[in-house]
Design a binder for this molecule. Sequence first.
Ligand code: PLP
Length: 385
Amino acid sequence: MNQIYMDSAATTPTDHRVVEAMLPCFGEVYGNPSSLHAFGQEAQAAVEGARKRIASFLGAETAEIVFTSGGTESDNLAIKGVAYANRKKGDHIITSAIEHHAVLETCRFLEQEGFRVTTLPVDGDGLIDPAAVAGAITDKTILISVMHANNEIGTIQFIAEIGAIAKKRRVCFHTDAVQTFGHLPFTVDELNCDLLSASGHKLYGPKGIGLLYIRKGTRLVPSMHGGEQENGRRSSTLNVPGIVGFGKAVELAEVSLAEEAARLTAMRDRFIRGAFDRLDGIRLNGHPTRRLPNNINISLTSVEGEGLILSLDMLGIAASTGSACSSSSMEASHVLTAIGLPKAFAHGSLRFSLGRHTRESDIDTVLETLPQVVGRLRSLSPRSL
Ligand code: PLP
């Protein structure tokens, strides 16, 4: 069976050129970068080469890049780090209702620690109003955390505008760019951010490696103690193969970014048009144009997301659902709830996320298969009665 992977927002395959770049770091360049001998210094040079490439891609200085284990750790380090470092200055954090759980749960944790969190709503397309961010800032606000693009519905926020507001009001600004890093062109100065999270496995790099960009002068309390790596901001022996792979993934992304974004956008829009032509009881979730080039998120009436995913999987098509099964009731995700997804659509949400490997013929296959699967499930569904 020909398999079609349309879940690139969850993770991407590691590019073979990334694997090739990483291989020497296991058996040959295996020194600890903190060691003073030649083995260590060779590993250190490999790490610094990757750091330089990544920093340059972001328009940052090398000292502003801290390697972590992934997006989740970067979000935790940014938010807890800034909160604890500024405790004397203020106790207020602003975020949005559609952030990844790595941000939302960290904010929830900080609420238990005595911080106050304002969670801003989004409009029907998933956009946060920059004026609402400005209106929420008080003299006790120490951090604003708003994601660059949403992982479920693909909506791209007005990050530069929000960053400009934060800058003007002298509030630290963090953005989770896990879904955009290596996929959309930007520098940290263009986004006006002080902190930015990214993760290797979303751009054809290895899993277990990420980064936090920390603008020079930003105060941050480290989460981990016990070593002086990364200038004391993230202890633990550096993941040399992961960092080298991450660097290679960025190098590859940089070369093809504009072309790939245009190719994916065209396929995305053809997919959406095709789905609307072939299906009734369908809606698009997320902004129609301010959305990730690879993201298609649709909801369907009279059908359940889980059933759709399993049926598509049996036919070799991998997608994901925006509904989570909680006990006996199916509930829409916090993101779909935040955009006010109508009740009739709440159960049947699907996310298809395209990637470097996606071909036009894959879109044709899915457009052919999806109506058949939906039709069959609808004919069996008590919801359609
Ligand atoms: N933030 C966003 C927006 C994501 O999409 C993800 C992963 O799905 C994460 C954070 C977590 O990244 P990681 O899997 O590298 O911990």
